[in-house]
Design a protein around this ligand. Structure first.
Ligand SMILES: *Cc1c(COP(=O)(O)O)cnc(C)c1O
Length: 360
């Protein structure tokens, strides 16, 4: 597939925001990539064009029935003007898993990856050069066919937008306080919790707001049936270090298979740590906190890489974790993953993918 590029005049390019004021998801770059699909014809060639609003029919099916999926990954600026991606093909394959579940068309992964590379080459200067900052990449697909009626749409739009984002921990790597919710659930087996579809996040907002009102950063979700098994923290996966064993909930169908989760499992195993994927109940976690056998809890995800948990609230009791400080394993994983992402450490697993310079 040949990618068409509609160049913007130099004077129309946006001013880049100051490094210290990046925040998350508030600034967007000059260009975006779009690719449309029509049943029968398949995907049209991707086009790179000026970032801007879409025109959508009010009957566009995404607005009514929610066929919308997305991904999230980052480009990192290393030394000597190098820019890297981290396991980008895994994100696009996961997007296709989401597409299949939501009855949407799959994308051609190799071609989309090449088109994404081309977009990034063009937008290379937008990758921030401050420690911990990065260029967030948001591939998205929506149903655009104008029709009412619950069925798969026949027309879709795939697009990629880019947003420079600041360091998740500008003041250093700090533990967060988490509140277990047994009032709301995120996902059920047989539902859509294992894919990145927009409605999951809409449904989760109320629980996050209630946790924040109580002074907690995020929610820890339990399984929807028994409200006993631990599932995830907010939009990240969760790990427990108990008696030297790293435990994470098994992918049960209601947990999102995080790429950072997979990276943590592989790294920890390569260091000789015993890693177990199995169901773990909140009662087991609380008992291990009470008898002192639980050393660390942390979350994993693209946004923060690793988030140490400093305190857990369950049924209105707060349990400190590791004296509310960052544990050594969370720190080691964070340093290693960031080191690989920014090109500072050896990439034994072949996770890092360089972004080429644009052909002039
Ligand atoms: C995206 C996401 C994660 C983390 O996945 P990564 O690939 O590690 O970024 C975890 N849980 C949920 C619900 C998510 O949406």
């Amino acid at each position: 597939m040949d990618v068409s590029v509609e160049r913007i005049a130099e004077k129309e390019l946006k001013a880049k925001p100051a490094g210290k004021k990046l925040g998350f998801g508030v600034h967007f770059t000059d260009y975006m990539l779009v690719m449309s699909y029509r049943e029968g014809a398949g995907w049209a060639a991707p086009a790179i064009k000026k970032y801007g609003a879409f025109s959508l029919d009010p009957a566009a099916m995404v607005l009514h029935y929610g066929q919308a999926i997305f991904e999230g990954l980052k480009a990192y600026r290393g030394r000597e003007d190098r820019v890297y991606l981290f396991r980008p093909a895994d994100n696009l394959h996961r997007m296709n898993d989401s597409a299949v579940r939501m009855c949407m068309p799959v994308i051609p992964v190799d071609e989309v990856l090449a088109a994404m590379q081309q977009l990034l080459s063009l937008e290379r200067d937008w990758v921030p050069d401050i420690g911990g900052a990065s260029l967030y990449i948001r591939p998205t697909m929506i149903a655009t066919e104008a029709a009412l009626g619950v069925r798969p749409a026949r027309e879709y739009l795939f697009f990629i937008i880019l947003s420079p984002v600041g360091a998740y921990y500008p003041e250093g790597f700090n533990p967060v306080k988490i509140c277990v919710t047994d009032k709301y659930v995120r996902a059920v087996r047989g539902g859509v919790g294992n894919v990145k579809t927009a409605g999951n996040y809409a449904a989760s907002i109320i629980a996050a707001l209630e946790a924040q009102a109580k002074g907690y950063t995020q929610v820890l979700w339990l399984d929807a049936v028994e409200r006993r098994y631990v599932e995830e923290i907010g939009t990240s996966n969760i790990f427990f270090l108990i008696k030297g064993e790293l435990i994470t909930p098994a992918l049960s169908g209601s947990i999102l298979p995080g790429i950072t989760r997979d990276s943590v499992i592989k790294l920890a195993r390569s260091w000789g740590i015993k890693v177990t994927e199995r169901p773990i109940t909140i009662n087991e976690v609380i008992a291990a906190l009470e008898d002192g056998s639980l050393a660390e809890i942390f979350a994993s995800g693209t946004a923060a890489v690793i988030s140490p948990v400093g305190a857990l609230n369950y049924k209105d009791r707060e349990y400190p974790v590791n004296g509310e400080t960052t544990g050594p394993l969370a720190q080691r994983l964070f340093d290693e993953l960031q080191g690989i992402q920014y090109g500072e450490r050896r990439d034994h697993f072949g996770w890092r993918v360089p972004v080429e310079h644009a052909a002039k």
